[in-house]
Write a protein that binds this ligand. Structure first.
Ligand code: ADP
Length: 477
């Protein structure tokens, strides 16, 4: 039985209630987690508040950084155990799960290293004055984590917060949180003082809502659906606290006729099947210049047909999706697109050896998808790629920007002018030129515009998000 960590102690929910954990691999219950609720959240927030005025709050930035480095080493030491847990919980192939743990360790390394390198400023002011701009922690920060990359997302969210000296309360996703609970244990082992890192497992509407609405938190970091993102922002507004929202995307590849087609095709396929399409940054729209459309989509289709779906141990390209409702959602998009008459250009294959009760879906590539269709506008969160053509640069940009989302985009062209003009015109938080995705990209500021959310994670900008400033004005004559 897994446990939560509150005030430096492993514990069950105060109510004693638990939730079953089913593996998407075979649909079977293989573990139980505490069903934390408002009472447990309150205990966690109190513990975090106490930590700020206790041992944790008194550590120097260097000491905080060292603890984070230690946690990074512990993650690396326990990487195989964590990867097995993550693979069982989410269904992802072992190679992906192992890579996730490399990125998790990197989050604690990067932000641990940065902890004592962020400093305030001295501001020139009137004669006779000294003005110092201090950079300080926000206080108690709340972190609501999604299920697609539980360990990575927890690292991404809490590492900059801890580096800046905040005390954190984590609410991982009920669908997959075992790695998160284990990371909190490892943090204790690393020597984090009681209350610096608290974690409460439970249901979104119970524990998640209780955390977001708690009157004594100072910040909310949320990654998840649009619907819940709106609730989080409303909760943050109630107590006038800041939040960052990362709400997914409908990220396009823009493939121009002068692109390196072989490289682009390989990357496009990888960019949609990664984590079985359950990635906020999935490249789910493929915009191809008309003059090369047939040739290029044929190349993509050839590669797409090679995609294999299996269990984590089979270690193929994709695993199952996380739960039955996600499976139904993906299949519904596929059926609707077929019914609408969009041609299926290629499908991957589910290995015949997978357990029948697992949540597997067939990766599918559709051609000639209109940009105003549900498949081109809505986030499927599955391995489904929608291809469409464009005539010229202006048309490509209009299509690319023509959704409510704005998270990521890729420009494929060998022409420097095209690359720069298009990158500047795209409305999104990251643009890749002749590449896509960054294998973690811990150093690279990340986040969306429009309905993809706001605020920046990763890189040094995350340290700014997770801290505040104080201007100290002194008259010395
Ligand atoms: P998905 O729809 O992809 O499962 P969600 O946005 O529902 O994504 O979940 C992301 C995270 O938000 C999870 O940790 C979940 O428990 C949490 N969550 C869900 N509903 C709420 C809510 N009403 N308030 C706060 N957190 C929530």
């Amino acid at each position: 039985m897994a446990h939560m960590i509150i005030a430096g102690k492993a514990c069950q929910a105060i109510s004693g209630q638990t939730l079953e954990v089913r593996s998407p691999v075979d649909g079977l219950v293989f573990e139980h987690i505490p069903r934390g609720d408002a009472k447990d959240i309150d205990a966690a927030v109190r513990a975090a508040r106490a930590a700020l005025s206790g041992e944790w709050g008194n550590l120097s930035a260097t000491e905080r950084g060292r603890l984070m480095m230690k946690l990074s080493f512990l993650v690396t030491e326990h990487a195989e155990e964590l990867a097995l847990l993550e693979a069982r919980d989410t269904g992802k192939p072992m190679t992906t799960a192992r890579n996730d743990m490399v990125v998790l360790a990197r989050y604690f390394e990067f932000f641990g290293g940065a902890a004592d390198k962020v400093h305030g400023e001295v501001i020139p002011f009137l004669n006779g004055y000294q003005v110092n701009l201090l950079r300080e922690p926000l206080g108690v920060t709340a972190h609501i984590i999604p299920w697609n990359y539980p360990a990575q997302m927890m690292g991404r969210s809490i590492a900059p917060a801890l580096a800046m000296g905040n005390a954190v309360v984590v609410k991982p996703a009920e669908d997959a949180c075992l790695s998160c609970l284990r990371i909190a244990e490892l943090a204790l082992l690393a020597g984090f003082p009681a209350g610096a890192l608290n974690i409460v497992s439970g249901i979104g509407e119970e524990a998640g809502a209780a955390l977001a609405n708690h009157p004594d938190i100072n910040f909310i970091s949320f990654t998840g659906s649009n619907e819940v993102g709106v609730l989080i922002q409303q909760a943050a507004a109630k107590h006038a606290v800041k939040c960052t929202l990362e709400l997914g995307g409908k990220s396009p590849h823009l493939v121009f006729e002068d692109a390196n087609l072989e490289l682009a095709a390989t990357t496009v396929v990888r960019g949609i099947i990664q984590n079985t399409g359950q990635t906020c940054t999935a490249g789910s729209r493929l915009l191809v210049q008309q003059s090369i459309y047939d040739r290029f989509v044929a190349l993509v289709a050839e590669k797409f047909k090679q995609v294999r779906v299996g269990t984590p141990e089979m270690n193929l390209d994709c695993g199952p999706v996380v739960n039955p409702s996600q499976q139904q959602r993906v299949n519904r998009f596929i059926e609707q697109a077929k019914a609408a008459g969009y041609p299926v250009l290629a499908q991957g294959q589910i290995d015949p050896g997978v357990p029948a009760a697992g949540y597997y879906v067939t990766p599918t590539l559709f051609g000639h998808v209109p940009n105003d269709s549900p498949l081109a506008q809505q986030e499927v969160f599955g391995p489904v790629l929608a291809a469409m053509s464009f005539t010229d640069e202006a048309h490509a940009i209009a299509l690319a920007n023509g959704t409510d989302y704005g998270l990521l985009a890729a420009v494929w062209s060998e022409n420097g002018g095209t690359q720069q003009r298009v990158a500047k015109a795209l409305k999104c938080g990251q643009v890749f030129i002749n590449s896509f995705g960054a294998g973690g990209g811990v150093e690279l500021p990340f986040g969306g515009v429009k309905r993809s959310g706001h605020g920046r994670e990763k890189g040094f900008l995350a340290l700014e998000e997770m801290s505040t400033t104080k201007t100290v004005v002194q008259f010395h004559g």
